[in-house]
Design a protein around this ligand. Structure first.
Ligand code: PLP
Length: 714
């Protein structure tokens, strides 16, 4: 930030401070300020104000500092910023006035905050990012801990054969909204952990997420051996040894980082099992102070909260005992327990034999655990019943808190304006109150529809511009120009499908009966088109083959250009897609989708879901706000299930969705359709925001844990 301070004229001197607090990204007034500063550069940097301030010409900055309209807007934004940062009347202050001095530490392997900080791969990361933002909005005393991955997750390239290629790009950290944590002498702070007999060091990056800090560990420092420097280079790449080393760094190193910073959390929240070693480190600290293992673990477990995120067994990290011994040999002595006792903490029978399972470790040692939707809670209680052998599945202590999305991040500006106008400018403050949404009835059909069409055009323009600029820059072949959305018809009913290409999500389900689909897509009067996007994990060959399959169909002229596959799905694209298509499709194999959140983003923007009754949609679907594929039946035979569900998709499209979409009145408005759009917002916006979610985490988990741990003083 220092280097920018010299460049920026005094009158707008705090604009760098604003750029380094991601609060700007979910505050329309602040976004507007950067956009106004230099619109071409704003677009070129993909909305990255840090990069923008580095690249902007000093003349432009001076011009802005002379422009009274800009100054007025700047002053207004800074006032709002200061009010937000210093607000002592937040929901948390008012609800829990005595708990202001507590700190909730939230650990996650990935954080999806903004595309200028690419340290996420998918749903888990987006959820962590949204969680952190809402924690700031509600005034929670909160600190996040994660990794700075200088190469992030991979960028996806689709050559003309359609087999996904992974490209890793070195992030220019100076252009990311992160600053190193320094000690009093201006030196970078270091922490270290012992990895199989050798200390590995990490620096700490500070990200400002509204009122709260997020600290990111980074092992790319001079003191480390080359292999160790690479440890935090990439997210989810590498073998299980890299993974256990990363998890030791996150769990144990993360606790040490907070201690070095003088932060002593009251609550330790593990978002997914990756960070579960943190509990062992907290226990070790107490054992070092003279407690025995039982006493220490009983104290720490009362302060520990664990959230599990998937019912898919492979989604739970398990390490061979051999590997665990290699890294923890000696550590169990410090805990005052035996090797057998230690291995037993995570012991779990995997398909390939007994192993150390991070979810089991977290479940055993956390006082409170939860799944991420009601159905996922049920499935998790069954799945992990063996951890509580004397309980029936119903009594397994895993509760559920259904996921949500951070509304200010995911709502389109144009929809935001409609809410301002018809619900009232205070709608965001109380958007988890379902009563206020009744006022949406006052928004005229015409207005909702026109705004939706504008967002749809924006999406099509975004897709075309991406392909065009890639093509012009010589990195693209004509096939890609064809498959990436240039043939899409802005008038046609547009279905969106964007997610990770894990096989249980059944991306190709809609192609099961190609002829029937062809008839639906190619209807001359009522055409339908589908936009796909998503990455497969670099080691997931079946996932990559699904992508290739769809890519080949997109090339095929028999489908008439009605299928597009857009490469390199990320948060930036997710905003355009979930705001600009007509229907959001989701067809996982029930009950594998723990929650899903992209459908929530669509729903609050008035885009109805067409989805399997899995994850959040079992709770969201009310018969009038979208469509349910199939029913809640689960077949033993996967092929029969696929047949049944695909048939249901075709039937819904043929009998309900397509006719309703094209049923226009004399003004060209599809009244029945707009009614579903409106109901999608009205019913889902109060329920599936992080506003409702964080209040539940606070009341059901954080505050309960604080009270439990205070009842038994250390
Ligand atoms: C919201 C989001 C996700 C999560 O989507 P699911 O519905 O859980 O599949 C994944 N990736 C990106 C980039 C997102 O924005």
């Amino acid at each position: 930030m220092m280097h920018l301070n010299d460049k920026v004229p005094e009158k707008i001197g705090r604009i760098a401070e604003l750029a380094y607090n991601l609060w700007w990204s979910w505050t329309p007034e602040a976004r507007g300020l950067f956009r106004r500063l230099d619109y071409p550069l704003w677009r070129k940097t993909l909305h990255n104000p840090v990069q923008m301030l580095q690249e902007i010409s000093p003349a432009k900055l001076h011009q802005a500092a002379q422009d009274s309209t800009f100054i007025r807007q700047y002053n207004k934004v800074m006032m709002l910023f200061d009010e937000t940062m210093n607000n002592n009347g937040t929901w948390f202050h008012e609800t829990y006035p005595d708990l202001g001095d507590k700190t909730i530490a939230y650990f996650s392997f990935e954080f999806g905050l903004h595309n200028s900080l690419p340290i996420y791969s998918g749903g888990l990361g987006i959820l962590s990012g949204d969680h952190a933002k809402e924690a700031s909005d509600l005034g929670l005393p909160f600190v996040g801990v994660g990794f700075m991955y200088p190469q992030g997750y991979f960028r996806q390239r689709l050559p003309s054969h359609g087999w996904q290629e992974a490209v890793y790009q070195q992030l220019d950290i100076s252009q990311a909204p992160v600053l190193p944590v320094l000690d009093g002498n201006g030196h970078e702070i270091r922490i270290s952990v012992n990895l199989a007999g050798r200390p590995v060091h990490a620096r700490i990056w500070h990200v400002r997420v509204g009122r709260n800090p997020l600290f990111l560990l980074d092992t790319d420092v001079d003191e480390n051996e080359p292999w160790d420097r690479e440890l935090s280079a990439r997210l989810y790449s590498g073998d299980s040894e890299t993974r256990i080393r990363q998890e030791i760094m996150l769990g144990i190193g993360g606790v040490r980082a907070l201690r070095v910073l003088g932060i002593n959390p009251s609550i330790w929240h593990m978002n997914e099992g990756h960070s579960a070693f943190l509990i062992l480190e907290c226990i070790r600290e107490l054992v070092a102070q003279g407690k025995n293992f039982e006493e220490a673990s009983s104290i720490i477990s009362k302060r520990s909260v664990f959230t599990t995120h998937t019912p898919v067994p492979a989604g739970h990290d398990a390490f061979s005992f051999h590997l665990v011994e290699q890294y923890f040999n000696g550590y169990w002595d410090e805990l005052g327990i035996s090797r057998e006792h230690f291995l037993g903490l995570g012991g779990h029978e995997e398909e390939w034999g007994m192993a150390f399972n991070m979810t089991v470790l977290a479940l055993r040692l956390s006082g409170l655990s939860n799944g991420v939707s009601k159905l996922h809670g049920e499935v998790s209680r069954e799945m992990w019943q063996e951890v509580w052998p004397s309980n029936s599945a119903d009594d397994v202590p895993i509760s559920s808190i259904t996921n949500g999305v951070h509304v200010p991040t995911w709502i389109a500006g144009e929809i935001h304006n409609i809410f301002d106008k018809y619900i009232g400018p205070g709608w965001l403050k109380e958007h988890d109150n379902s009563k206020i949404w009744l006022r949406l009835a006052e928004a005229p059909d015409e207005e909702l529809w026109l705004v939706h069409l504008a967002l749809k055009r924006k999406l099509m323009g975004f897709l075309r511009e991406r392909v065009r600029s890639r093509w012009v820059n010589g990195s693209n072949d004509p096939t890609q120009v064809l498959t990436s959305g240039t043939l899409l018809d802005p008038e046609a009913l547009t279905i969106g499908f964007a997610r990770r290409f894990a096989t249980y999500k059944r991306a190709t389900l809609i192609f099961r009966d190609l002829e029937r689909l062809q008839r639906i897509l190619l209807d001359i009067h009522r055409p339908v088109q589908i936009v796909f996007a998503g990455k497969a994990h670099p080691a997931d060959e079946p996932g990559k083959s699904l992508i290739q399959h769809i890519y080949n169909l997109a090339k095929h002229n028999q489908l008439g250009g009605r299928i597009a596959f857009v490469e390199d799905y990320n948060m930036h694209m997710a905003r355009y897609l979930t705001q600009g298509v007509d229907v959001w499709l989701n067809n996982p194999r029930r009950p594998r989708e723990a929650s899903g959140t992209s459908g929530m983003k669509a729903a609050i923007n008035g885009i109805p879901n067409l989805s399997i009754l899995d994850g959040w949609w079992v709770e969201g679907y009310n018969g009038a706000n979208g469509w349910a594929i199939g029913d809640e039946r689960e077949f033993d035979n996967q092929d029969a299930q696929d047949e049944y569900d695909a048939n249901s998709i075709y039937q819904l499209l043929e009998d309900e969705i397509v006719p309703l979409y094209y049923d226009r009145d004399r003004d060209g408005i599809p009244r029945g359709w707009v009614e579903i759009m409106r109901e999608s917002i009205r019913s889902n916006a109060p329920m599936f925001g992080t506003r409702r979610m964080i209040k539940e985490y606070t009341t059901e988990l954080y505050v309960k844990a604080i009270l439990a741990s205070e009842a038994t003083p250390a």
